[in-house]
Design a protein. Sequence first.
Length: 302
Amino acid sequence: MGNADWIAVDWGTSSLRAWGMSAEGAVLWAESAGKGMGGLAPDAFEPAFMDLVGAHLTDDGPIDAVACGMVGARQGWVEAPYRPVPCAPLDPVLTAAPTRDPRLRFRIVSGLSQSDPADVMRGEETQIAGFQSLNPRFDGVICLPGTHSKWVHVSAGEVVSFQTFMTGELFSALATQTVLRHSVQTDGWDGAAFAEAVDDAVSRPEKLAARLFSLRAEGLLSGLPAEAARARLSGLLIGAELAAARPYWLGQNVAIVGASTIARRYAEALAPLGVPATVADGDQMVLKGLVAAQSHAKETHA
């Protein structure tokens, strides 16, 4: 088993990552591939996983793999049912995926659901559990920015409610599929333009659509630099999100769990609003959450 006691897996729509773990929760090896759930047929999941980790396995017996993310979606390997909130982020009972290779036992963490307003999450519940494992007394709101940003109210160790915003996906679509693609094609960044746009959108979110087109108009008429336009596009969308999510962050302890760049930008957007935020690395929280899921599962089956 490559010295691993078990395998932690984060399997999303576009990528697959696996870590060989010791019994104490240390990473012994890591593998990744662009074989996300979105590009696989139902019978292709096990072969894709074995292509990635097979070299680390032996014939000593089945090794546990504990996975989170879209691998448990309806279109994934096997559907791991959603658990309605309020509830703890992790269910000690994991969903078993069918496997043919006797060296592997694959199980999936369930996502969470909310009926009113309707909302779902897969993968973020594991990051939340990872954050809670390091901050067991945290009571407040966890923001998980990304393609679909989530604001999650947690209290007494449970997820109470949450709301999802398609901010990252909107940014990608606007930057690549609309007239704004001519204005924002750069890797540069203008921090002052970002801060100004966040303030504008938080104060006047109803003007978002008009502010977006002004990015193109200013580029044509005033030579607005691409780095300023890109930063303003991000700031406008994040600012509109913050305006809508105000009931979550206002007067609350706030933690941001995500990739370093986007987490830092959310922290910068919240700071002028008088909201200091604790920032935690999303990848580290995934691993901590998967360790917690494996531990809970072992206790359940002990």
